[in-house]
Design a protein around this ligand. Structure first.
Ligand SMILES: [Zn+2]
Length: 311
C-alpha cells in the first residue's frame, strides 16, 4: 500500500524530469528544440547528444538508442536508482516537498546582511480611488496587503505594497508614488534602503508549489493583482531585469508567459528575458500596444491574451 500523501499522479505533476536529473547530479547541457530537450542518455551513458529526449510540456522522457525505453518521472527514478515503486514514491515526495519554491529558496544566499527586514504591519487604506482606477478591488488589496499609507517616511503619499521573501516572510513595503511631480523626479517606485530586490520574485510565495501549469510574468504588482482577480497565477519582476534568482525560479516553470509593459524598455526586456529562459523552458510572449501596461487592459482582454497559453 502506498500512503495517500505519496500519490503518484500528484508526484508526476509536481516533480519535473529536469529536477530528477539535477538531483542525480546530471549536469550535461541539454539542447532545446521546440518543446523538447536533447542530450546524452543518463541511463546507458554514451555521448550521443540526441539519444535522450525530454518533452517539457508532457514531462516525459525517452532514450532512442541503447535503452530504447521511456516514460515519466516515476520510471526515470526507478531506472536511475534501481528503486521499487514504494521507494520511488518516497524519493519523489522528498523532491516535491522541497521543490521548486523551497529548494531554490534554501539554496539561496540569505537576504543581504545589511538589509534589515521590516516585519511590522502598516495600516493601509484599501479603498482608495487610485486602486479603484486600476480595477483592484478592496478585497484583493487587503489580500495583497496594499493600500494608501497615511503616515510619513519614505512611503509618504504612496500606495504601499507589502513585500515578502521567497518563503513568504514579510520583509517590508515598496511604495508607488502618487505625486506625479515627485514620481517624475525620483521614479514611480520607492524601495526600502538596501532591499535586495534581485532576491525577490513578487507573489512567488503565494503560488502553490506545483505550478507547473505555468505563470504569467509581469513587471509590476498591479498586473499580478489584476490577474489574481481572474484566478490567473502571476509574478512580478519589480522591474525589467531578470535576476539570477528569478531566472532560477522561472526556469522550472513551464510555460512562462511574459507580459511586460508595452513601452520600449518592456519590449527590449521581453527579448532579453525570453532568450535567457528559452534554453530551459517553454516561453510565450505577449506584446502589448505601445504605452499600455498589463493593468491597463480590461478583464476580458487580460483573460483572453493569457488564458490560452496556460490552460
Ligand atoms: Zn539510454
Amino acid at each position: 500500500m502506498i500512503p495517500a500523501h505519496l500519490n503518484f499522479a500528484h508526484l508526476k505533476r509536481c516533480v519535473s524530469i529536469l529536477t530528477v536529473l539535477e538531483a542525480k547530479g546530471v549536469t550535461t547541457p541539454l539542447t532545446k528544440r521546440g518543446d523538447q530537450l536533447f542530450g546524452p542518455c543518463p541511463l546507458h551513458g554514451g555521448d550521443n547528444p540526441n539519444a535522450f529526449v525530454i518533452s517539457l510540456s508532457k514531462n516525459l522522457w525517452r532514450c532512442f538508442t541503447g535503452c530504447d525505453a521511456g516514460g515519466d518521472v516515476v520510471e526515470l527514478v526507478r531506472r536511475l536508482y534501481g528503486k521499487n515503486y514504494r521507494q520511488t514514491a518516497a524519493f519523489l515526495a522528498t523532491l516535491a516537498a522541497t521543490e521548486p519554491t523551497s529548494q531554490t529558496a534554501s539554496s539561496l544566499q540569505p537576504l543581504k546582511k545589511s538589509f534589515r527586514p521590516f516585519t511590522a504591519r502598516l495600516h493601509l487604506n484599501a479603498s482608495v480611488p487610485w486602486l479603484r482606477q486600476k480595477r483592484i478591488t478592496p478585497t484583493t488589496a487587503r489580500r495583497f496587503e496594499v493600500g494608501a499609507y497615511q503616515g510619513g517616511g519614505f512611503l509618504k503619499e504612496c500606495i504601499a505594497v507589502r513585500l515578502h521573501d521567497l518563503d513568504g516572510h514579510p520583509i517590508g513595503y515598496a511604495g508607488r508614488c502618487l505625486d506625479p511631480q515627485k514620481a517624475k523626479q525620483c521614479g514611480k517606485w520607492k524601495f526600502p534602503p538596501r532591499l535586495p530586490k534581485n532576491e525577490i520574485l513578487y507573489n512567488f510565495h503565494r503560488i502553490e508549489s506545483c505550478h507547473r501549469n505555468g505563470l504569467v510574468v509581469v513587471e509590476c504588482p498591479w498586473g499580478v493583482m489584476r490577474l489574481a482577480q481572474l484566478n490567473i497565477p502571476a509574478v512580478a519582476l519589480l522591474g525589467i531585469h531578470l535576476s539570477a534568482v528569478q531566472n532560477d525560479l522561472l526556469k522550472k516553470v513551464s510555460p512562462v508567459v511574459l507580459m511586460l509593459d508595452g513601452d520600449r524598455a518592456g519590449q527590449e526586456a521581453t527579448v532579453r528575458i525570453r532568450s535567457a529562459l528559452e534554453p530551459y523552458t517553454k516561453v510565450y510572449t505577449i506584446t502589448l500596444p505601445s504605452g499600455l501596461d498589463p493593468d491597463d487592459l480590461s478583464d476580458e482582454a487580460l483573460s483572453s491574451v493569457t488564458r490560452h497559453f496556460l490552460f
